[in-house]
Write a protein that binds this ligand. Structure first.
Ligand SMILES: CCCCCCCCCCC/C=C/C(=O)SCCNC(=O)CCNC(=O)[C@H](O)C(C)(C)COP(=O)(O)OP(=O)(O)OC[C@H]1O[C@@H](n2cnc3c(N)ncnc32)[C@H](O)[C@@H]1OP(=O)(O)O
Length: 581
């Protein structure tokens, strides 16, 4: 019966084929959120899905939805014979489910979240294609569930994998458990699950949780895939379903009940406490690592003070050569590009040293424009055109103070304080204001709102599409209008101050996405002539005034004007396809 359904499904997929997949299936495509890309090889029929959601490829609702849709499409694509899942992050395949989806959840979203997770698992586990995971980093819990749903697993040495749910006080779903049993056997599975075991790749190989170890799992998967593809697809697929059919059927039957359990179980007080503690531990590990940054940030304050003008004009972080450690920290924290500034020749030696140190990490390494560019580096796996679209670049809040002793950096607390989803984005506070005693976070106590004087000045550089997208969610309140004051810097902000222009823009923006791109550009330029060269420094205090105006649109317009290129066109295409625009 099950096999008959499968055959019927394959047949119907074939007929859907032309509709479901874009004509230009081959080549590289990116997800709407830029959280993963798919590279489809016409010759081999193999599609590589590379997850790139910084900082940890943790699976939140949107990420799962998009990924799931992509997999379902590939499942239906006739010319696709194999799928390889991998990650572009240096040390994480996937950190599993995004814990924040389960911690203090909204009921509706929680339900959707789990439904989508079930869906992606089904899409992978019952995929008619040969599916492999190139596990090039840690792969706990949900990451392991995803890997277990594939047909073959190759992992990089030293990293860890396993179903460690019990460590978080939660329970792996029965279908994940079933897939684990099918791979490593009942006894080993029971033991691993109860103890929430995370195995190193070497240990995982011994218990067959993975199939191979390789320093280059992607290449190894591509090689292994060729062996699998030598066999006729229909025979291999039917054999796969013969093996997995009972698990898939059981999952489908129990799916509703599983969802009901999940939405009841997760909000329980005890579970929430356990998740909260786990999250805190996760974050406090990071807090320790960040400590070195604090002194480094202090180091550059002076420089910034003299260089503020240039500083505000860049979307990237300018450092002196002597700030190599900070640069390193920035990079390690997910900053995608660091421009190293250098004025003194005497530091040449030091600069060379840093350059050597970064040689492996960078392809682009630029000196401040006042000096010559010594060499160009680019971060591994990151193309220049993608820099500004990468979800996590550094966020820099500049609070002016002379009182350096009060300067402190605590990105974790800051993130808690601000309702932005900064993820792993490092946030730097640079102070230069005599009033600053009251301004800055003391690391243990962030009751800052009461103590921050309203005249505290901060520059907030929003050069991150993700952040821009978060702004509408920021509920304007006294709290934030007092906390952040941003000097109007760009024509765009001037525009927001100007009642008439503002109205014009508003009307225009409302119709924006119905108009062809070419007709839109001159119009924007008319409204905001020099927008292209400016940073989008927005005055958050204006939020309540502009509540009807979607800041995402402004952000995207800014980008559009700033870089009149294919990327911008793409943004417009993506935005236009969304209902809210
Ligand atoms: C009858 C009962 C029925 C009940 C039904 C209940 C069913 C529930 C079943 C759920 C099944 C699946 C669950 C999960 O997947 S839960 C998630 C489990 N994941 C983990 O435990 C991994 C946690 N992360 C780590 O251990 C490390 O991050 C990792 C080893 C992966 C990498 O370490 P590294 O040092 O390289 O990176 P950081 O720790 O600094 O992490 C970078 C930032 O990313 C944040 N992070 C990491 N993992 C997650 C995550 N899973 N969710 C959200 N955020 C995550 C981390 O905090 C860092 O953030 P900051 O930079 O802001 O500090």
């Amino acid at each position: 019966m099950f096999l008959r359904n499968v055959m019927r499904k394959i047949a119907s997929q074939k007929s859907l084929n032309g509709l479901a997949i874009k004509k230009n299936y081959f080549g590289t495509t990116s997800s709407l959120l830029d959280d993963f890309s798919i590279n489809a090889n016409e010759k081999t029929g193999v599609s590589v899905i590379t997850m790139s959601k910084t900082p940890a490829n943790s699976l939140n609702l949107e990420f799962i939805q998009e990924l799931s849709m992509a997999i379902q499409k590939l499942n239906m694509e006739k010319s696709c014979r194999g799928i390889i899942l991998t990650s572009s992050l240096p040390s994480i395949f996937s950190a599993g489910l995004d814990i924040l989806e389960m911690y203090q959840p909204e009921p509706d979203r929680l339900e959707k979240f789990w439904t989508e997770f079930q869906e992606i698992w089904l899409a992978l586990y019952s995929s008619p294609k040969t599916v492999m995971s190139a596990i090039n980093g840690h792969s706990p819990a949900g990451g392991c569930i995803i890997a277990l749903a594939t047909d073959y697993r190759i992992m990089k040495p030293k990293f860890t994998i396993g179903l460690n749910e019990t460590m978080l006080g939660i329970v792996a779903p029965f279908w994940a458990e079933d897939s684990m049993k099918a791979v490593i056997g009942q006894r080993r599975s029971e033991y691993s699950l109860q103890l929430g075991k995370l195995y190193t790749a070497e240990e995982a190989l011994q218990i067959n949780l993975i199939d191979e170890i390789s320093d280059n799992p992607l290449q190894a998967c591509e090689d292994e895939m060729m062996n699998w593809l030598k066999l006729p697809d229909h025979a291999r697929t039917l054999t796969k379903f013969q093996n997995r059919g009972h698990i898939i059927e059981k999952m489908k039957k129990g799916r509703k009940e599983d969802l009901e359990k999940f939405v009841k179980f997760i909000p329980r007080e005890g579970i929430q406490m356990a998740l909260g503690t786990y999250l805190d531990n996760l974050k406090s590990r990071k807090k320790k690592q960040l400590k070195t940054c604090v002194s480094d940030v202090e180091l550059i304050v002076r420089k910034i003070k003299y260089n503020l003008e240039d500083y505000t004009k860049t979307t990237f972080f300018y450092l002196g050569a002597q700030d190599g450690i900070l640069a390193e920290n920035l990079i390690n924290s997910g900053c995608k590009k660091v421009i190293v500034t250098e004025h003194k020749k005497s530091n040449e030696e030091h600069l060379n040293e840093i350059q050597n140190r970064f040689r492996e990490k960078f392809l682009r390494f630029t000196r401040f424009p006042n000096s010559r560019i010594i060499e160009e580096y680019k971060l591994d796996g990151l193309e220049e055109k993608n820099w500004h679209t990468q979800p996590k670049v550094a966020v820099i809040l500049t609070l002016l103070t002379n009182d350096r002793s009060k300067l402190s950096l605590n990105s974790y607390l800051l993130r808690k304080q601000f309702p932005f989803n900064f993820g792993r984005t490092p946030i730097f506070l640079l102070t230069d204001n005599t009033e600053s005693k009251v301004i800055l976070m003391n690391e243990t106590n962030l009751q800052t709102e009461k103590r921050i004087p309203s005249r505290a000045l901060s520059y907030m550089f929003l050069y991150d599409r993700t952040l821009l997208a978060e702004i509408p969610r920021l509920k304007p309140s006294q709290k934030y209008t007092k906390l952040i004051k941003i000097q109007p810097k760009s024509d765009l902000v001037d525009l927001l101050y100007d009642e008439d222009k503002f109205k014009e823009a508003e009307v225009f923006l409302k119709h924006f996405f119905n108009k062809p791109y070419e007709r839109v550009i001159p119009k924007i330029e008319k409204i905001c002539p020099n927008l292209g060269s400016e940073l989008i420094d927005m005055n958050i205090t204006m939020l309540d005034r502009v509540k009807d105006l979607d800041f995402r649109i402004i952000g995207e317009i800014f980008r559009l004007v700033a870089s009149n290129d294919n990327y911008s066109r793409n943004i417009i295409r993506v935005l236009s396809s969304r209902h809210e625009f």
